[in-house]
Design a protein around this ligand. Sequence first.
Ligand SMILES: [Zn+2]
Length: 434
Amino acid sequence: MSFLEASAPDYLPLAQMRQLQLARLRAVAARAYQNVHLYRTRMDEHGLGPESLCDPSDLGRFPFTTKADLRDTYPFGLFASPMSEVVRLHASSGTTGKPIVVAYTREDLEVWTNVMVRALAACGLTRGDVVQNAYGYGLFTGGLGAHYGAEALGATVIPISGGNTDRQIMVLRDFRVTAICCTPSYFIHLVERAAELGVSIRDLPLRAGIFGAEPWTDSMRRHIQAEGGIQAFDIYGLSEIVGPGVAMECIHQAGPHIFEDMFFPEIIDPKTLEPLPDGEEGELVLTTLCKRAMPMLRYRTRDITSLEPTRCVCGRTLRRIRRIGRRSDDMLIIRGVNLFPSQIEAALLKVEGTLPHYQITVDRQKDLDILEVQVEVTADAFSDTVSAMEQMQKRLVHSIETITGLRPAVKLVAPRTLQRSEGKAKRVIDKRIM
Ligand SMILES: [Zn+2]
């Protein structure tokens, strides 16, 4: 299938799209009911079944699925296919150190590749483009998701994965790369490091960046486009739904279009949980329409956005989400890695002499996310020798890195240094959004 044929659903007339969504919603609800204990129990409790869906809006009566459900059924409890049909597993970090596991059948991988082809085609990529894929390869969905999409598009893929900045710059220049996939903050880092090495990214053939896996602002986009001499596009996705490729910006850069034939979007009020109309801001809830191994019904993404009520000038009938800036839970995204304050807490508790009072500060310096953790230690530990305190600091850094994959700066402070709160402790100061 050519990418032009693959992109045909992007332009489906609305009535046809709603019809297709309804048929697929019924099928996915039936599959979930028949094969997944949790879904069957919940639908029975609510007196609902696949036949309750007469219109896509009927989905609003169905129960939600949350990250806690994935955690509680770890590792394979939400699978709707036997292992003999599952051809790939991915995982992302969860709240308690146990990852969230997601599964794909061969058909699921085809769906994923299909949406990634359409995503890359939407921002103007085609065969002949040379794509440097600097998303991490491995359990994280970013690397392989972008890889197979770019390959199926007919582009030339360089599977360089993340890290090793100097080598990234050499490849970017020597292989005449025209598009790069990575986090936006990492790209800014690349531009700055390149300048130190005497390489001007602006003067290279690079013309497009496909940036995702962390929230970023329009001012960051302007900065990237000016410094890199490229167009910067926002791609949206999450492992629980498929990985990258749930939504993608077209060449008009007016917010990511959701691939609505594959993922059904709703916006809810995160407090009342009631559905909200297009144009109103709330939490994005997604239902997979074609996933076989792990169908997701009404998954609460915790991402705060709205569905644009107007049609994009590109002519796609797919609705767009406003670019995502914040979340309705306490999850932080740091350098593309999901971090929950509870993970830091768990890491601190493993080291003797710490007190359960800590504060996490996230900042962006030179466009790279910086994580700092201040932790109160016992009076004994605080009055110990300098070398003993350095040892303790090292143990804390190691403990946090083991659990979160992020290396923080750790600062030990005396008991009762950190501000106490009357209500919910203010554990996190995110200076990136201040
Ligand atoms: Zn568009």
